[in-house]
Design a protein around this ligand. Structure first.
Ligand SMILES: Nc1ncnc2c1ncn2[C@@H]1O[C@H](COP(=O)(O)OP(=O)(O)O)[C@@H](O)[C@H]1O
Ligand SMILES: [Mg+2]
Length: 360
């Protein structure tokens, strides 16, 4: 049985100076699930989060938590009455309070109950024994964990996190992300996490809501958003892309890499076939003797190496294609550094191509 919807946002809208910044955003998050609101800087992510938190007033729309309206017609609960936990990049702990006092800050109840909850959370974020330290005695990562414990202490029904990892050292970040995710799952809150980094969203999210220009353009599991993007820009947000332009004729598009079925595209209409660098394959087996078409890989096309770079996990090779002089980039696992001018045959993973009509 799917978990109950904890947070439900419907048609939330906000303009600044007549310009819509958040435009009819709708999303829902179930208990124990993480939804990442992902998009480029300035697309309206923080404003959306702030409206859900209750620190920014929507012009229209509705916000429900546990089925109860916290914002809507005639309703506008203050942030402290919404049962939301907040965590931002600048999570400023209270410097004059100890770690334990920081975590206990938003807690009500008797002393023993508060102490028990603080102890439980410090253990959960791996900071048992740090209770009497002050924030300045902790590393950035440790402070971040205290902030997480503080936000979770009152058992919020919904956790709202705005780029909470962006202030952290790159090298530490992945470990802290994973540890944070584990704690969030244990606590069972519904989590809405804002980020502009696709890697972070892929790593953290049960569901990604991709935002652009104030709107959610696609929402789904990370696998689906990555492998079935709604348009070229959605594909390009997650990685570099290659684009092959062609014309659709009777639901078929001929390219130097073979024919593609392109149903639903107008006869004579321009289409773009989009493919990520890791799905462009070099036809090594044929040693340049191609073509050797297979159903999966289609027809090889020849190009010459313009540039090859080794990036550690992979090598990126740029090819100038014989058929039209365009540049296509292939990612090859490990070390592969062919000389500039080397001619090689490329194939594309047909099952990994996205076809979009031009002008859409
Ligand atoms: N209080 C405000 N007054 C005017 N413009 C604002 C205000 N808050 C945000 N904006 C504008 O709204 C847009 C979206 O901002 P924001 O939600 O912070 O984007 P993101 O978090 O995705 O980077 C930006 O163009 C920003 O300048
Ligand atoms: Mg922001």
């Amino acid at each position: 049985m799917p978990d109950a919807v904890r947070l439900e946002v419907t048609g939330v809208t906000r303009s600044f100076g007549g310009r819509p910044v958040v435009d009819h955003v709708s999303l829902s998050v179930a208990a124990g699930r993480v939804t990442c609101l992902l998009g480029p800087s300035g697309c309206g992510k923080s404003t959306t989060l702030r409206m859900i938190a209750g620190v920014e007033r929507p012009d229209a729309g509705e916000v429900r938590i546990d089925g109860r309206a916290v914002f809507g017609p005639g309703v506008n609960l203050p942030p402290e009455a919404r049962s939301v936990g907040l965590m931002f990049q600048d999570f400023a702990l209270f410097p004059h309070l100890t770690v334990a006092q920081n975590v206990a800050f938003g807690l009500n109840g008797d002393r023993a109950a508060k102490a028990a909850r603080v102890g439980e959370l410090l253990e959960r974020v791996n900071l048992s024994g740090y209770g009497s330290k002050h924030p300045h005695e902790l590393s950035g990562g440790e402070q971040q964990r205290v902030a997480l414990a503080r936000a979770l202490a009152p058992r919020p029904r919904v956790m709202l996190m705005d780029e909470p990892f962006s202030g952290l050292d790159n090298r530490l970040r992945d470990g802290i992300r994973d540890a944070t995710l584990e704690v969030l799952k244990e606590e069972g809150a519904a989590v809405l996490l804002v980020t502009h980094e696709p890697d972070e969203a892929m790593r953290m999210a049960d569901e990604i809501a991709l935002m652009r220009g104030g709107r959610i353009v696609q929402q789904g599991a990370p696998y689906n958003v990555y492998n079935a993007p709604v348009d070229k820009a959605a594909a390009a947000f997650f990685s570099d892309i290659n684009v092959i332009r062609a014309t659709s004729r009777g639901a078929l598009t001929e390219t130097p890499f073979g024919a593609f079925l392109t149903p639903g595209h107008a006869d004579g209409g321009e289409v773009e076939i989009v493919i990520r660098p890791q799905h462009l394959k070099i036809d090594f087996d044929r040693g340049g003797r191609g073509p050797n078409p297979t159903a999966q890989d289609g027809t090889p096309a020849r190009g010459t190496v313009q540039r090859a770079r080794y990036l550690g996990r992979e090598s990126l090779v740029d090819f100038k294609m014989d058929f039209d002089g365009s540049i296509l980039t292939a990612s090859v696992p490990g070390v592969f550094l062919p000389k500039t001018g080397t001619a090689l045959w490329l194939m594309i993973r047909r099952d990994r191509c996205f076809v979009f009509g031009v002008g859409r």
